[in-house]
Write a protein that binds this ligand. Structure first.
Ligand SMILES: C[S@@+](CC[C@H](N)C(=O)[O-])C[C@H]1O[C@@H](n2cnc3c(N)ncnc32)[C@H](O)[C@@H]1O
Length: 534
């Protein structure tokens, strides 16, 4: 009780060290002891994968814990310490005091309780939160605390559930460009996953969230992993600022070089008298209003030359308009914009996805009502489908022509994608800087590009010539005869202009638009990384 009161008092200090129902980061010595105990138990990705085996690991990635439990029950001579930690923090099982004391020698059971990581039950102790190892490309492995998922704890998720590292989290981390910057912002930080990655290339990161619980988890994770993240626990503020509040409220008037956000973009029917919402995915606004608000407000928080990346859903009205007509209108004219639509779902598929996500499939009557609510909601705005994808926007450092690119890429892409996005953006800058002189460039075909020729059996010439990219966005382009001829001669020896003139003389047949059509196709192949400047 005393501890609870002390914690409540601490919340008002707004450093998020002791938010109720959140792991406590008030005692650094205990956090360091926990770090040592987890390390000694080998609670790392490779040993876990070795102990559980690939089938149980794959099942766990699908939120199924039974194969892992089965494996732990049937493996002789296993590492008991590691098995105990997995049972506790990954599988949500009850563990006895003796086993806990044996593994957590330095932290001890009282220490785990003080950290807010354990709950006492009749049959022993259970984890109050999940701890998940996460491989970061720059900081080594981290342990990330977050709320236990529906597969790790019985009952429905709490509405202020703090999400673990999901597919969307890693996607955003992998598409985020990583230039060295002074100030970065992670809007809607949750357990802090984007923040950890941003710390590798930003001098200072501000992480915001509407939920104080989320900020409590983020602080705990920062301090548990301070060595890997190269933070001074006694001076966290030098590198990180954690702030509670709605959207940009906590950073009003401030400017950043880079903004990353995996916002609560899920479209949710707003029903009268039905206030329950999951903060981790629902921003509380009608339709895609939250995404639109972010896109409209973001530029005011970017330094000239700065950029922002986020994941988003957007509604696509029924009718003949292209998918990007509506979202395209939300971006201010002075911005460079690149939107990659990865999925387009019908209203019913969308409803099913998100009802499943919150386990609302369990109660059939409720499920049907909620499902109908989605369909009614979409119908009121004549929504034909919902797009999901990646949004990039950049604020030019000086006035210049801007670039807009809306691409629909539904096939699997190579992750991490960021280096390829970066390369395309750099090519665009080079083209912009070259002006008309780009036609004097010498080109070669990128190493990951292959050509496919398809023809009817017995036909003299191919009906379709297809160029495929093996890496990055893995785009493909159908070539006309002139482009195919151009590509086959791209060995860096002749300039674009020389090659195009030679082809014009050979196959142009005096057509006026032969050269402009060929050059615009070539420019597109350069922009998309099929052809490189030598
Ligand atoms: C989808 S989760 C993303 C968590 C984490 N950044 C990641 O990439 O996994 C969205 C986060 O936004 C927070 N959030 C919800 N509404 C918000 C709002 N109006 N302003 C700021 N953050 C909000 C939620 O609490 C949640 O932590």
């Amino acid at each position: 009780m005393l501890r609870e009161l002390a914690r409540i008092a601490c919340v008002t200090s707004t450093d998020f060290a002791s938010v109720i129902d959140t792991p406590s980061s008030a005692n650094q010595q205990l956090l360091d002891a926990l770090h040592q105990d987890l390390d000694a138990a080998g609670f790392r990705l490779d040993p876990i994968a070795e102990l559980l085996g690939s089938e149980a690991m794959d099942a766990f990635a699908r939120d199924q814990i039974t194969p892992a439990l089965w494996r732990l029950a049937h493996t002789a001579g296993q590492d008991q310490s590691l098995a105990t930690v997995i049972r506790l923090f990954q599988l949500g099982q009850s563990v006895g005091r003796q086993d806990l004391d044996a593994v957590f020698e330095r932290t001890g059971c009282p220490g785990l309780l003080e950290l807010g990581l354990l709950e006492e039950h009749q049959d022993g102790y259970r984890a109050a939160v999940a701890l998940t190892p996460h491989a970061s490309d720059t900081s080594g492995e981290l342990w990330v605390a977050h709320d236990l998922g529906a597969h790790q704890r019985p009952g429905v998720l709490r509405t202020d559930h703090v999400l673990g590292i999901g597919h969307a989290s890693t996607t955003l981390a992998q598409i985020t460009l990583r230039p060295r910057v002074r100030r970065a912002l992670d809007l809607g930080t949750g357990c802090g996953i984007q923040l950890f990655h941003l710390l590798a290339h930003a001098d200072h990161v501000t992480a915001t969230d509407l939920s104080e619980r989320a900020l409590g988890f983020a602080r705990f994770n920062l301090l548990l992993n301070h060595r890997q993240l190269r933070l001074d626990p006694a001076d966290l503020g030098r590198r990180v600022s954690l702030r509670a509040g709605n959207l940009f409220e906590p950073v009003r008037g401030e400017l950043f070089d880079l903004i990353a956000s995996n916002p609560p973009f899920v479209i949710t029917p707003r029903q009268e008298g039905h206030q329950e919402m999951f903060t981790y995915r629902d921003g509380g606004m009608a339709g895609d209003r939250l995404v639109r608000t972010l896109i409209e407000q973001l530029p005011a928080y970017l330094n000239p030359g700065g950029s922002a990346q986020m994941l988003a859903n957007w509604e696509i009205p029924s009718g003949e308009q292209p998918w990007h007509a509506r979202i395209g209108d939300w971006f201010a004219a002075e911005l460079d914009v690149w939107v990659i639509q990865r999925e387009q779902s019908s209203p019913s598929v969308y409803a099913e996805t998100w009802l499943r996500d919150s386990s609302q499939t369990e109660d059939l009557t409720g499920y049907q009502q909620e499902y109908e609510a989605y369909l009614n909601d979409f119908a009121t705005r004549a929504v034909g489908s919902v797009g999901f994808g990646y949004v990039y926007l950049a604020k030019p450092g000086s006035p210049r022509s801007t670039h807009r690119n809306f691409e629909a890429i539904g096939h699997p892409v190579e992750q991490p994608l960021a280096p390829y996005l970066q390369r395309d953006l750099e090519t665009l800058e080079q083209l912009r800087a070259a002006g008309e002189s780009w036609i004097h460039w010498h080109l070669e075909v990128a190493e990951d590009v292959t050509e496919e020729r398809h023809q009817r059996p017995g036909a003299e010439h191919p009906g379709v010539i297809l160029l495929r990219q093996g890496a990055g966005l893995r785009r493909s382009e159908i070539l006309d005869t002139a482009q195919a001829g151009f590509i086959s001669a791209c060995d860096g020896e002749l300039s674009i202009n020389q090659l195009a003139n030679a082809l014009d003389a050979l196959i142009g047949e005096g057509e006026e638009d032969f050269m402009p059509t060929l050059l615009s196709g070539v420019e597109r192949l350069i922009r998309h990384g099929f052809l490189r400047k030598v």
